[in-house]
Design a protein around this ligand. Structure first.
Ligand SMILES: [Zn+2]
Length: 370
C-alpha cells in the first residue's frame, strides 16, 4: 500500500502459511468470532460516535472479551479495525448501508498478535503456522501489523513493512501513458508501444455470472441462492473477471516502469478523476464497471510502482489531449477513423498517438517549471 511518512513507504509482504491440521478448526473459529465482533463493533462505534481509541476501548473492551471470547490483543486489534472502517464509511458522502465484513480476515498487532520465528509463525492463542513461501526482498526491514486471511481453503498472512523511499532519478525525458477502453498507449516522440486491455475477456466472465444468476433466479424462489454449488460458480465467475483486470493492471504497470527505468524517463499519466466521474454518470452496465475498475487500478499501480522504483511521475490535465495539435496547439480535425489532422501545421496521426504526444508535452513543460 502506498502510504507512510516522509522518507518511508509502507508495503505488504504476502506470506503463505499453513496451520497444523489439528488447529485449523480452532483458528477458523477464532477468525469467525473476530469477524462477528468486528461487525458488532462497527455498529456500536457509529451509534455511539466512539471514534477514538480511548472511547472505543471503554465502550467495547469488556463487551468483546465476554461476548466473543477474544484474547486481549485480538480485542484491541478488533476495535482498532472497527474505528478505521467506521471512519471511512462516515467520510464517504455516497455511503449506503453500514458496511458488513463477510470474509474471514483478522487484523494482528505485531508481537502481541503474531511473531515470525524462522520457518513458522506464532499466532495469538498459541497456534503455530508453517511458512510455505514469501517474498524475501524485504526481510531486513522490521515487521509491523499483519492481516491473516482465509480464502479458498488457504491461509495467507499479509505483513506490513516500512521501507525507505527510494531516491528519484533526474529524468532524461518523458514516457507518456494514454489510457482508453480498448488499449493503453505508452510512448513519446521517439517510441510507442500499445497494450490491449482485457476488458472484453473480463466481460465474458461477468456475463457468465449474470446468465447463471438469471437462469436460477425466480421472483418466488430465488432458487440459486439456496444452491451452494451454483452460488459458488457465480462467485467464481465474478472473481475471475476482477482478477483478469487486476493481473493485467499489475503487469502493465510493471512494463511501463521497466521502460521508464531503461531510458531514465519520467512517467506521465493523465489525471483520470474527471473521466471516472463522467463514467459514473453513465448507466451502470458491466462494461462501464470494468472499464472504471481498470482505470482506477491502473492509476493506483502506476503511482505505487513509480514510488517503489524511484521513477519520477507527472499527473497531467486530461482535457483536450486528443483534440489539440501537440506541435502548434491548433484544434485538430477528423481525418478518417480515429485519425486526426492539424489544419495549421499539417500533422496527421492516430488519435492515441496524438494523446501520447500531448501528455508528453504537458509533462515536459511541468518538468521545465521545476
Ligand atoms: Zn499543428
Amino acid at each position: 500500500m502506498p502510504a507512510g511518512g516522509e522518507g518511508e513507504l509502507t508495503l505488504t509482504v504476502k506470506m503463505r502459511v499453513s496451520p497444523e491440521p489439528e488447529s485449523v478448526q480452532a483458528i477458523l473459529d477464532l477468525m469467525r468470532r473476530y469477524r462477528d465482533a468486528l461487525n458488532y463493533s462497527v455498529r456500536a462505534i457509529i451509534a455511539n460516535k466512539a471514534l477514538s481509541l480511548g472511547k472505543a476501548h471503554r465502550l467495547l473492551y469488556k463487551d468483546l472479551r465476554e461476548r466473543y471470547g477474544l484474547p486481549s490483543a485480538t480485542t484491541h486489534a478488533c476495535y482498532r479495525e472497527a474505528i478505521a472502517i467506521a471512519k471511512s464509511w462516515l467520510r464517504n458522502p455516497r455511503r449506503g448501508d453500514m458496511p458488513i465484513a463477510r470474509r474471514l480476515s483478522m487484523w494482528l498487532l505485531h508481537e502481541q498478535g503474531y511473531r515470525v520465528k524462522g520457518d513458522h509463525v506464532e499466532l495469538i492463542g498459541g497456534y503455530r503456522l508453517r511458512v510455505i513461501g514469501w517474498d524475501r526482498r524485504y526481510d531486513d526491514f522490521p515487521n509491523r501489523e499483519a492481516r491473516l486471511v482465509f480464502r479458498d481453503g488457504e491461509f495467507t498472512l499479509y505483513i506490513f513493512k516500512r521501507v525507505p523511499r527510494p531516491a528519484k532519478y533526474a529524468p532524461k525525458g518523458v514516457l507518456a501513458v494514454d489510457i482508453n477502453e480498448k488499449q493503453i498507449v505508452v510512448g513519446n516522440s521517439s517510441v510507442e508501444q500499445r497494450v490491449e486491455t482485457p476488458v472484453e475477456r473480463a466481460l465474458h466472465y461477468r456475463r457468465l455470472a449474470e446468465r447463471l444468476q438469471g437462469k436460477y433466479s425466480s421472483s418466488r424462489y430465488r432458487a440459486w441462492r439456496r444452491r451452494s454449488g451454483i452460488r459458488r460458480r457465480i462467485r467464481y465467475f465474478r472473481r475471475k473477471a476482477g482478477n483478469i483486470i487486476e493481473d493485467w493492471v499489475r503487469k502493465t504497470a510493471h512494463i511501463i516502469m521497466s521502460l521508464a527505468k531503461q531510458g531514465q524517463l519520467a512517467v506521465a499519466r493523465e489525471d483520470l478523476t474527471g473521466l471516472v466521474e463522467s463514467l459514473r454518470r453513465l448507466p451502470k452496465d458491466h462494461r462501464t464497471a470494468l472499464v472504471m475498475l481498470g482505470y482506477r487500478r491502473l492509476a493506483f499501480w502506476i503511482d505505487w510502482q513509480a514510488e517503489k522504483n524511484g521513477v519520477p511521475l507527472f499527473v497531467v490535465d486530461h482535457a483536450d489531449t486528443s483534440s489539440t495539435c501537440p506541435r502548434c496547439s491548433a484544434e485538430l480535425v477528423e481525418a478518417g477513423h480515429r485519425r486526426l489532422r492539424c489544419p495549421s501545421c499539417g500533422l496527421e496521426a492516430d488519435r492515441d498517438t496524438i494523446a501520447v504526444l500531448n501528455i508528453e508535452g504537458r509533462a515536459l513543460s511541468k518538468m521545465g517549471d521545476l
